[in-house]
Design a protein around this ligand. Structure first.
Ligand code: GRF
Length: 228
């Protein structure tokens, strides 16, 4: 695969999960439909027996369980992850509900090739229980942020955000379901931009086609034209 700058990549994606893997499924479906031109070469879970591993196996994707409980230190767990990714020539790492805090041992070698999806409109509500916190605050909207991962938790440069309205009868569960719908639309789209060589992490933040992205990323769907 050759990107718009002439760089070549193998087009290999790894998806890291901890559980259900509905975002992984969105990637599997996007590859199958041709919306995402890449190969999901590896799925890694830190938890054994989760539904996401079965989704990967059903799609014929190689899976690995690297159980963090087998490692005394975060750094040695991260080194095991990094080794597995390097063995598979991974070009882009997709964190999709991967519930481990990563150290520099993992982040540094993959800086600029590491994306996460977070279920809030960052910088609001980094960390856990985002939907409950949005409801507690009386917010009238919630959403999702796809962002590059840097050393600080949930604070790397945003690439894309999508918003959903909060209604009076929403619970954390109903809100999570609404947000999942937009997660599944935005994340594969961002990955496709990356695989096309259009999306980069620069010293100034995220850039698309050589232009710096707005501080909160591209707003989906309003700012995503059909040609994007
Ligand atoms: C998603 O809400 C994602 O934003 C968050 O973890 C959840 C994973 O869901 N990081 P799934 O396993 O992809 O269904």
């Amino acid at each position: 695969m050759t990107d718009t700058t002439g760089n070549t990549s193998n087009g290999n994606i790894a998806v890291l999960i901890s559980g259900t893997g509905s975002n992984l499924q969105a990637f599997i479906d996007a590859v199958a439909s041709g919306q995402l031109q890449a190969k999901i070469s590896l799925v890694i879970s830190n938890n054994p027996g989760v539904a996401g591993l079965q989704r990967a196996a059903d799609a014929g994707i190689e899976t690995l369980c690297i159980d963090h409980r087998d490692y005394e230190h975060r750094e040695t767990f991260d080194a095991a992850l990094t080794n597995a990714l390097q063995e598979h020539d991974i070009d882009l790492v997709i964190l999709a509900g991967f519930m481990r805090i990563l150290t520099a041992v993992f982040i540094e070698p993959y800086l600029g090739r590491l994306l996460n999806i977070h279920p809030s409109l960052l910088p609001k509500y980094p960390g856990l229980h985002t939907h409950q916190r949005a409801l507690n605050a009386g917010d009238d909207e919630a959403g999702v942020t796809v962002h590059f991962v840097t050393a600080e938790l949930d604070s790397g440069p945003p690439v894309m955000q999508a918003r959903v309205a909060i209604s009076n009868d929403d619970t954390p569960g109903t809100l999570a379901a609404k947000v999942h719908v937009v997660e599944h639309k935005t994340y594969p789209l961002v990955a496709q931009w990356f695989m096309q060589g259009r999306l980069r992490l620069t010293n100034e933040g995220a850039s698309l086609d050589g232009e710096a992205l707005p501080e909160c990323g591209v707003q989906y769907p309003q700012e995503v034209s059909p040609t994007l």
